[in-house]
Ligand binder design. Structure first.
Ligand code: CUA
Length: 193
């Protein structure tokens, strides 16, 4: 086997076998390192940014959300945790989030826990990388810390039907003292507009 049928430019000359394997090995290393970088990114962001793969599933019965469990009406809104962080619980449904507006303290870890009562929705909190799908039957758990006070729009970003474009909640990031000044049983619910 002295002649090789593959030429370097497809027209003239024959490329010797060792040169081809050399090139192939080179590209193999390029592809392998790209895969390695992508895998490392997934693992790293999983630990540092709390970005979980879909395998981290928490299920909930979408048919009985309003009757029992974590997402009953009086458990929605903001609750304070013993470690100083807060948890925001919301239900997404065509075509609104319940509650439609929440107050959260600045510079404090905020854990969003959402589920859907009907179809798949999504949410992201404006100007942050807080962005996730909200799927019926599952709990979406995303954490964020806000470093600037102000009102942030929280639209549904997953097409969910004719009213999708009008579906949005709001997150009001308020100073610590304003938040701690709320009555202890306050669910952090504010008026949406
Ligand atoms: Cu809900 Cu789009």
């Amino acid at each position: 086997m002295s002649a090789n049928p593959i030429s370097d430019d497809g027209l003239t000359g024959l490329v010797p076998e060792p040169s081809i394997s050399h090139t192939e090995r080179g590209w193999f290393y390029v592809m392998a390192s790209m895969l390695g970088i992508m895998l490392a990114t997934v693992i790293l962001t999983g630990f540092t940014q709390m970005l979980h793969p879909v395998s981290s599933v928490e299920t909930v019965d979408a048919k009985t959300l309003h009757l029992k469990g974590e997402f009953v009406e009086n458990n929605l809104g903001v609750s304070r945790n013993t470690d100083g962080s807060v948890t925001v619980r919301m239900v997404a449904q065509q075509y609104m989030f319940v509650p439609q507006c929440v107050k959260v303290p600045i510079a404090t870890p905020v854990h969003f826990r959402l589920t859907s009562a009907d179809v798949t929705h999504g949410f992201f909190v404006g100007e942050t990388n807080t962005n996730a799908m909200v799927v019926p039957g599952f709990v979406t758990d995303v954490s964020a810390t806000f470093h600037r006070a102000g009102a942030l729009k929280m639209p549904c970003d997953e097409y969910c039907g004719f009213g999708h474009h009008g579906m949005a909640a709001r997150v009001d990031v308020v100073p610590q003292d304003v938040f701690t000044g709320l009555p202890p049983d306050d669910r952090g619910v504010c008026g949406a507009e």
